[in-house]
Design a protein around this ligand. Sequence first.
Ligand SMILES: [Zn+2]
Ligand SMILES: [Zn+2]
Length: 341
Amino acid sequence: MGRILRGLAGEGHLRVVAAETGDVVEEARRRHGLSPTATAALGRAMTGALLLAQLLLKTPKERLTLRLEGTGPLGGLLAEADAQGNVRGYVQNPQAEVPLRPDGKLNVGEVLGPGFLRADRSLPSGEVYSGTVPLVSGEIAEDLAHYLWQSEQIPSAVLLGVRVRGEGEVEVAGGVAVQVMPGAPEEVLKRLEANLAGLAGLTPLLKERDLEGALEVLLAGLGFERTDLRALGYPQNEIPARFRCRCSREKALEALVFFTPEEREEMIVKDGGAEVVCHWCGEVYRFSPEEIRTLVAEVRCPDCGALWLYPKADGTSFRIEGDACRCGRRVELPFQGQAQA
Ligand SMILES: [Zn+2]
Ligand SMILES: [Zn+2]
């Protein structure tokens, strides 16, 4: 289990969110069979999504999704988090690997390559607010700070770190975001900048001290005051962070409606059933012929469950309008050319 702390520093002029995510990133690595550099990339993005969810989300049912798309071998990455510390994510090519940087660090910028970062804030109503910025370095922390400034007008510093050992298992991972509030005095900013400049990276700090210790160093002279989260229903005074997917057996079965009834019958005859793998978490769902035959030919969004297509009794069908779902996903309908309702 990971954890998230919140607080204020610089006499209330700095808003601080910090997360320790070693267990969360290790679970992502195991679920997806990630290479070391893919672990670092996804781990930083998932940690970043948890931090941004704290900074940007306003209600418990909102979600924040980060999409990083580059021309490097990783081929793209998605991470989604809510403000309750739930996060999930995946990369397109989990085994993608590149040589280490000259300083011996995992080369996340190289594995991702030049591209863009998009952040989507999804509201329970189905509304989605998106912002896109080009990747600055592909090292993710800098890219998120750039995004917060460009799209949200939030001046901030973002630190993210994932360190792996031996076979690639995660030794330590975490992140800190410091948001500068409007009207912050010059001396607060100077002190923060000096502290950041003197830092040799977040992972050595997290490894030698813990998250609280790392914050003491990062915010030295700025008087960090931890927000009491007990009043918000977190008895440990921290928000637990965990890898949690929103997939289910029911949703996985629904994914099979993307195949025609004939194709589904073929799965039953040839394979004796069907297997659906969740791309977000790697979970494998197996279905028996009886379960597959319960499906009717309606199509729903695999992400948000919105109805995309269903056959009506009079022979026509209802089809979703436009080519984007309310959750932002591109609509893919298997039966083209049917009558519009
Ligand atoms: Zn899943
Ligand atoms: Zn949808």
